[in-house]
Design a protein around this ligand. Structure first.
Ligand SMILES: [Mn+2]
Length: 311
């Protein structure tokens, strides 16, 4: 029998976005709602300016900062990949995962797994809340709603599915935000800090390293309100430098424009010809324009999978 007084900590990924923090807070609220007081949201890293703004706006304290989860009972939200987990996970007791991304459990056997391809983890947490009919405060509902809108680019990203729309509606019955698209644009603006960051920070802010049969690709996602304004030449130079120190087959930076719904893709690495062939487009000065491309998961990863499938 487990000790019912033993705390269970809910943690999102390193370099958390709003969804990683909001889904942890939402899941704690859900557990409290069903009378289980063992669960506590934490964060393992600093939050971005948008998350800070949202929590201030809805008078909610950020989850406490605990950088090392060694020895703790853990629920992973918004990630499963080992490289995105908090320090010390190898010695943590990971009992549950909730995520909307690809799964890589590797070395852990959680008792409970909620994985569903949808726009955000906050969607999955909201579904649990509404299914169980538990009470949540307007502030918590607003935080969850904001996270869904942020992760789905205002319900316009290709990752958006019906359940995201349904949960948005249900949450907004509590929140009463009159124009969700206007509100989404406000959210994006709070995150648009790219012009203040160094090229190295822009590359590393939301970078994922992915392996395909021994081939390594890094993909940085930069969601901006205006991708034309960013200093592309400096970012490419920095990307080249990183690739000299740590050579990958490809290093990509997606400058996605959430309003125009397009992407300027910056690329370095030896496999540029392979990418050109798959995209059926020329990469000129390490740059290629991709209209209607905004999603790393749904649009860029499948292209890379095709390249490295080895057929
Ligand atoms: Mn997410």
């Amino acid at each position: 029998m487990e000790d019912i007084n033993q705390k269970i900590y809910i943690v999102g990924h390193t370099k958390p976005d709003l969804d990683a923090i909001a889904s942890a807070v939402g899941y704690q609220a859900y557990k409290e709602g069903i009378g289980d007081l063992r669960y506590k949201a934490i964060r393992c890293d600093r939050v971005n300016s948008q998350t800070e703004w949202i929590f201030k706006k809805y008078k909610t304290e950020l989850p406490p900062y605990i950088p090392n989860i060694s020895g703790m009972n853990i629920v992973l939200v918004d990630h499963t990949f080992p490289e995105n987990r908090a320090k010390g996970w190898e010695n943590a007791n990971i009992i549950e995962v909730i995520d909307h991304h690809d799964v890589k459990l590797q070395d852990i056997i959680p008792q409970k797994i909620t994985i569903r391809p949808c726009g955000s983890t906050s969607t999955l947490v909201s579904e649990k809340i509404f299914k169980s009919n538990v009470y949540i405060s307007k502030d918590t509902a607003s935080i969850l709603l904001s996270a869904i809108l942020d992760d789905t680019l205002g319900l316009k990203s290709p990752t958006t599915v019906q359940i995201d729309i349904d949960m948005t509606k249900k949450l907004n019955e509590i929140c009463n935000i009159s124009d969700l698209w206007e509100y989404s644009k406000l959210l994006f603006k709070k995150k648009d800090i790219w012009n203040q960051l160094s090229p190295r920070d822009i590359i590393e802010e939301d970078m994922r390293n992915v392996e395909f049969n021994g081939n390594w690709v890094s993909i940085s996602q930069v969601e901006t309100m205006n991708n034309r304004e960013l200093k592309k030449k400096e970012i490419i130079e920095e990307l080249e430098k990183i690739n000299i120190t740590n050579p990958f087959n490809l290093r990509l930076v997606m400058l996605t424009d959430v309003l125009k719904n397009d992407c300027i893709l910056l690329v370095v690495g030896n496999d540029i010809p392979l990418l050109e062939r798959e995209l059926n487009a020329k990469i000129v000065n390490n740059t290629v324009y991709l209209p209607n491309v905004v999603s790393r998961k749904k649009q860029i990863l499948p292209i890379l999978e095709k390249i490295y499938k080895g057929d």
